[in-house]
Write a new protein. Sequence first.
Length: 564
Amino acid sequence: MNPSIFFKIPFWFIVIIFVSFHTFAQNLRTGSGAFEEGLRRKQLLGEIDSDVSLNIRPLAYSYLANGKFIFLETESEQGKKQHKIFKKKLTLFPVQNSVLINTHRPYGWGNGLMIPNVGLQNFTTLGGHAKLLFLNVQLQPEFVIAQNLAYPGFPDTFDEGVTRTRFLYWNSGDFPERFGEGVYSKLWWGQSKLTAEYGAFELGVSTQNIWWGPGQFNTLTIGNNAPGFPHLTLNTIKPAKTFLGNLEMQLILGNLIESQLPPTQFNELNSKFFKEFSGDDKYLNGFSISYNPKWIPNLFLGVSRTYQQYNTMRGGSFRDWFPVIDPLQKTRVGFDRDSEGKDQQVTVFGRYLNQQANAEIYVEYGKRDHSYNWREFILNPDHARAFLMGFNKIFGLSEYARNIQIRGEITHQQESVNRYVRYWGLLGGLTWHTHYIARGFTNYGQPLGVGTGVGSNAQTLEFSLVEKLNKMGILLERVANHQDFYYRAFGQQQERQPWVDLSLGLLFDHQWDNLLVSSKLQFINGLNYQWQLTPDSTPEFPSGDHKFAFMGQVHVIYLWGRKE
């Protein structure tokens, strides 16, 4: 079954159904920014249950507050009387409109349907959820329109060897610099689903964004960096209680679509070096499990695994539909199966929450290639790996309602020094989210997980003054761009230095009753932008070409209901 079939039903048919409902209460979506961050703070402060890992999202946020929306409680006696059959399960989601502007070059990630864009970009979403007995019907479409201006990207002035190296990664992925020419727009089903619910579990079809892992700014497998994709899902909507502790899980069968766009803005380079897409969609099978041991209440341990493969290359056996059950060792999987073009990623993660200290720490470690056997994994654990780690700490101000929040995260995709041992010379291999046959772990031209770019590393640190959803703070960020390409293309020379973005962000969120505004102004200094040199640079006295840019975004969210 192709899960996208359900979503060929006309939008307006379902919209008419929702218009007929009197709605009350509210819900949240994965990647809802200030809400998810506020939810995390409430957990650190002990205001909501500590048995929810937040490692697998979306989940039923109303469960965290005994059926009430935790940021704006609402009531509707008329609605309760008129719709008793729905057992008070009618919800209307917050209306959100987001405006994003980038000058000179794209910057930023984790924006779902939005694209890497220069100029103005606008995103809008609204919708609702209805429950009839055990059925959940959710409609939350999204619409984006972007100016999509041309900008100085990867230049056409490098020698052929450097350009071929750049296209090695582009031909192993789907990461276009620019999404076509002229204005870009897209209407999508967004956070919509049709599921059947039983206890802590639900089963159905969805296009919701998924988030697997404990990260706050990035995740190694699936997050909200790319648009959501059609998928069949079996998942928990709240922790399932067992005699060994709490369990959260999700199993998906999905459909990924390629952008079909060339990677650079230079047609001559594309025609000479670019390997055209097959035109086929990709099948995705994945699962994520998060376990909270009964004996250690605030510890959450988990594992995620994904497999993607072009549909035309997939067989019809049970193993072809559920490759996530394959062994982890190459000797068990079989070397003869490489030609099938399956691309796997597996991660393990952990999160520890200490509500007494109002703090958390977390880590995620992943591998994208099978180890030969367990011995090779133990001796060589850093081959084809990526990792992230982070923390969150809240300091209470005893005389005020406000708190100080400090949080940070490191995301590392660059190959380890193991590349010098495993590969010939200084070249290295591929990197996280890439594959020779299955190409990038992407949807519509954007990585499903890490959004900073192929082989890039990021370090983020935030200091904020917070009160409920209100926040004022600063963000310090460093991104080392496409490090695997840099060392493969330029080796150990000293003239061209890595392209590193250093940025300072100003953060401001504020809630006025039903209205929430969340904003960020970020100033980015791109050192050695696109590995370029200034016109007066010489080998003896090299001078990198630095490019300054500005990124600003404002999210305006209206919360339905009445604040109590």
